[in-house]
Design a protein. Sequence first.
Length: 518
Amino acid sequence: MADVNGSGAGSPFSGMLKDVLAQRLPGGPSRPGVLPAEAAPVPLGKAPRPGPAGPSGAGSLADLPGVLPVSRAVVRELQDAVSQDLVEHERGSEARLSAEDQLELARSLVAKRVSAWSVEHARKAAPLSPVQLETVRQAIINALFKAGPLQQYLEDASVENIVVDGDRVWVDYFDRATRRVDPVADDDESLVALINRLAVRSGHGDRILNPASPMVNFRLPDRSRVAATLLTSRPTMAIRRHRVMSASLEDMVGWGTLSPAISAFLQGLVAARQTVLIAGDMGVGKTSLLRALVRKVGPGERIVTLESDRELFLDEDPEVAAHVLAMEERAGNGEVGEDGRETGRITIADMYPHTLRMLSTRVVVGEVRSTEVVPMLDAMSSGGRGSMCTLHAAYPRLVLPRLVQLCQGAGMDVDSTHQLVANAVNFVVFIRQTDQTQIGGRRHRYVSDILQVTPGEGGRPAFSHVFAPPGGGDPRGVPRDLPTGEVLQELADVGFDKRWLAEAQFGRWPRPMELVRR
């Protein structure tokens, strides 16, 4: 058994912690596996306010890459012509082209059509530059094979969300303010047609937006999540991009989402098979952190993931050592049976009991939103050690009320819910976001609190802060109290070094959070 004050040298977990323990924190060099001797406190700093943005030195706006120099009517006309060319080529060919070959053929046909069109255009107006012609060619390819006018935003690494409300389109960015951009369709009918084309191309041809099905959800090929509806005054589509798909805990330390101490502690929780609930507001990075935690599960384990809509994709992640079985809810066929349930629909709550028969060592729920909370908590409390999930809650103090609310929806009373939560959840990890995009900054995401959950008086869960903000304006979590009960010894058994929590200098963040001050 490892010494509770030691580094757990030689334990299976010591290798997992080596990179974290060897990080160069303020205070000088460190040797692998040894905590640095000193780490000076770092106060919050100020980031310089950026100057006014503008295409200085870039020439006219129309010359910028991606800015369409012609009307969408011209693009549609050329698109229709290329579509007809593709149909005629397919009729005259004996062999069916692969998707890759069809795209290359389309690029060739687009180049010919645009070249011929540009000659005619130059006779009536100023000729287009090579950059502008390439933009027209790409717009046609995007309309034929991709997301049309939306494609430029889906390919922008700084874009987080896209909301289309009729002819009003907003784009949310990671590192700058939300911006209203040009419409992506000429009218409501064209917008609905675009939404349905995206659904078909994404392999969700059964999910069509129409008066009979006024709400649809599907995934794009790049894994972005789409929700569209006709129940608003204009057809509306919201696209949630998964900007970060392959982050590790080490990456998150580099980004400032985790401190080295928090990263080491979270790795310890995974290795010690503690049940973890990741909570936070919408869009703060709960799913990204959950993916990173699963990457720390060792080989030889089998994980079943349960999701209403696939977002984790852990079964496709080459960095995940464990065997992952991914399960997803199935939509019904629109008919309602005698029991009041939609025929054919399978929910997370339906799937959860089945995971116990699939020889899983852990269960991961992408997000707990409804009555699946009860079987999940039941499994966690009756042997599902090491299971993880995410939960939407605006503040740490609202985590328990949110769980109570969901359990009441499943028919449980408050006292029974309290007992279940106290026995099922070991730790709550809370992520916050400070959004400074409106004042020249960026979105800062960081873990502010890690709470241990234990049974309290009368069975009600008791929450103690292992990490919490230190005060003085810094909202990021630093060590406060040591875990109670058997947890600290279980962490030591897997190689976690207690000094990450017990000695203040090791729990500090290695650099300031660069906030913009007004």
